[in-house]
Ligand binder design. Sequence first.
Ligand code: GCU
Length: 360
Amino acid sequence: MKISEEIKALNLPDTLTFADGRPVTAENWEKRRREIIRIFEDNEYGHSPKGPFTVSGKVVSDRDNDYANKVLTEHCLVTSHDETEGVDFSWPVVLHTPKKALADGKCPLIVFINFRDQTPDSYMPVEEITDSGVAVAMIYYNDISKDEHDNWSTGVAALYDRAKYDWSKIGMWAWSMQRTLDYCMSLGRYDESRIGSLGHSRLGKTSLWNGANDTRFKYVFVNDSGCSGDAVTRHKTGETVEIISRVFPHWFNGVYRSYSDREDEMPFDQHMLVAAVAPRYVYGGTAVEDTWADPYSQYMSYYLANSVYAMLGMKTAEFPDRRPEINEVFAGPSCGYHMRAGAHFLSRYDWQRYIAVLTR
Ligand code: GCU
């Protein structure tokens, strides 16, 4: 069956039609993009504080001869001051910057949100990343607010009034990627045209929400994010809205749960969030054995995002009108997708594909 026919049968809300029925054009796309973000704020991830923020940082310890004298490693403590609410919050960031790239001029940077605070890490092959001329800024997500249904009592969650900000943990983690970028850009070393966002799984959902919101992220890499990330939710295999919002209620706002077993009635689906990154680059990494996430429903989102890039007059990716196969990589000029062999993981293979796009 053609993927376009599978998609048609789902009767998805149209990214290229405003909520009031007006058609979307290249001229009003930015307006539609904002409308899409609002829909996801209201229905899924909640409303995050909008600042303005003043962000500063200090280097707690550093080594300028890391990885055979090729890498500058800095362990930093970054602080965000919210000027509207008068709230201060600090968290650690580890920065690895290739010294050669620094000497040659500004280098690309990936802001990476991780499951662990160690470096290197099985999800972050530092030497390989920096050897490719890319810097990486790592945040440990539990430093921002614990991945627990803790009644919003830990980390940054405890500092903001819930009546005003119904933000979810995914919203908080995404917010920390943005504030980390504030700090990194203040250093004057990173190339603003090649800033990436990356996370895996629940943090892939976070990377997508982050990248859709903050247009400074020119490359949004979304690894194995699945349900409530980059997979079309309607009729996907594996995880559903009912399961995810029951098991992980803290990842979302209070409204999302009401769509349990009512996916067909949602005025949105995740393909719209993937498309909301356009005109910037969005890339989904998936794995064939990751049926919980559902690589085919993930593919649909990228396949559909192509119509937005086309409408904007941009070059599109060559996504075939069928399900993807193992090890197929479609790294198009404006959007990308791959389906790797194996299971749920953030592998070297995934990093290599993202880096190839960021540095080409
Ligand atoms: C669970 C959850 C997924 C999530 C994953 C992860 O499997 O159901 O939605 O992506 O955890 O973050 O590892």
